[in-house]
Design a protein around this ligand. Structure first.
Ligand code: F3S
Length: 417
């Protein structure tokens, strides 16, 4: 692989053992993907910032890097952690998890990270521009910035993200190269997309068929919201391992079908109609009863508008006493919502606003039995997909109207009201 003088020095250990270790990782990664060179990047979003994701070995790797002098040479933001820094005890998170998480977060902080603890860093603190090369983890954010913004990143794991943060480099392969960003599968949307939950269902349906290939959507409404795009991005990367999508007339590298496919013919064509939508919703609903204990919105993390929407939908009504209702969001959105009076309104209604973590990142299989939660409900296709396996709970999946209805009445009234 072709290396610059500066890169050779890092590889030789002239800039310290951590830079050398980082270069060893990147050069090995680059060789395995036949990259011709490394490229400079402007930011890293660190996937392995929750102890539940990093595991003990991953956390030790990061803490050792920091102790041995590792420092970040580019903008670095952190993904959600396994704790809410203020409410961890109230939520049922153990003291050990609190301490272990603080130690990992401190290591990132001491290396120079922006402790954003959010899965939507593109909404503030780390917003790449069109065409910018970055090295991001967090699959939902990777799909969002590749597709909606037109920035360029592969899906980075913990070690490669750390190595990129220390060197400000990544190997040039995959989605950094224009020729790998064209669509492969045409998806014709023939069902109405009314809210973010419908976009999540579309993403779940598509990801489960296309795997890692890049889908191209036609028939999408011309002006989808940030919330709808992030729900679609998250779901595509959950049932599949999609890193990018195009929506003709909507996303920046797809002004025409021809541009989206780079002049090639689609390898496969799918149709998302009412029947496929219903089937996908049924797959995400893993409980047929009317029971529900725990309701969540904010996967990926709730925006200010989602928080405000919940205030409007509740319209002064209180959450049923048997229901725990979480809104998961970033500290930044929390502050904006607080300044606007929405946090107080929601807390008065019985909603718990959780920052910096979510039911997936926190150890829900330990927390839920302590709290007596058995049946979960969410408007997120990503979270519903993870619920049976990772959360070890059954799930109801439905839009915010269904969640609010269940929250007020204390029972789930099904998907076909
Ligand atoms: Fe974010 Fe947790 Fe969902 S990290 S994307 S809210 S699983």
């Amino acid at each position: 692989m072709q290396l610059t003088e500066e890169e050779k020095q890092m590889l030789n250990g002239d800039n310290g053992p951590e830079a050398k270790k980082a270069m060893d990782i990147l050069v090995a990664l680059g060789r395995s993907f036949k990259a011709k060179k490394l490229i400079e990047i402007n930011s890293v979003h660190m996937a392995g910032s929750a102890i539940r994701v990093s595991g003990d070995a991953g956390a030790k790797f990061v803490k050792d890097s920091q102790k041995q002098g590792g420092t970040f040479k580019t903008t670095v933001t952190t993904n959600p952690t396994s704790i809410d820094p203020k409410k961890w005890d109230q939520l049922g998170i153990s003291e050990k998890d609190h301490e272990d998480q603080q130690a990992l977060t401190n290591a990132y902080k001491n290396m120079g990270a922006n402790i954003s603890n959010t899965c939507t860093p593109f909404l503030g603190g780390n917003t790449p521009r069109f065409g910018e090369h970055v090295a991001w983890g967090e699959s939902s954010a990777v799909v969002y910035i590749n597709s909606v913004i037109g920035a360029r990143t592969n899906r980075e794991g913990g070690p490669s993200g750390l190595a990129s943060a220390i060197t400000a480099r990544t190997p040039e392969y995959g989605f950094h190269l224009k020729e790998n960003r064209y669509g492969k599968v045409l998806v014709k949307i023939e069902s109405e997309l009314n809210d973010l939950t419908d976009y999540g269902t579309l993403g779940f349906f598509t990801g489960s068929i296309v795997g890692k290939e890049t889908p191209v959507f036609t028939g999408m409404p011309e002006n989808p919201t940030i919330e709808q795009m992030k729900a679609l991005s998250a779901a595509l990367a959950t049932s599949g391992t999609v890193s990018m999508f195009h929506a003709v007339g909507v996303t920046p590298e797809a002004s025409t079908l021809e541009e989206a496919f780079g002049g090639n013919e689609p390898e496969q064509t799918l149709v998302f109609n009412d029947e496929e939508k219903r089937k996908a919703e049924n797959q995400l609903n893993t409980d047929n009863s009317s029971d529900v204990d725990w309701i969540q919105i904010g996967c990926p993390f709730a925006t200010f508008d989602e928080i405000k929407e919940l205030v409007d939908k509740l319209d002064g009504r209180k959450i049923h006493e048997d229901i725990a209702f979480w809104v998961t969001t970033s500290g930044q959105m929390y502050e904006m919502a607080k300044n606007s009076g929405h946090i107080e309104t929601l807390e008065d209604a019985g909603v718990t606003i959780v920052t910096d973590t979510c039911p997936f990142m926190a150890r829900t299989p330990e927390i839920a039995p302590k709290k007596g939660y058995e049946i979960f409900a969410t408007n997120s296709a990503k979270m519903a997909f993870y619920t049976p396996g990772m959360l070890e709970l059954k799930a109801h999946y439905g839009n915010i109207d269904k969640l609010v209805n269940a929250a007020i009445k204390g029972k789930w009234e099904g998907n076909h009201e």
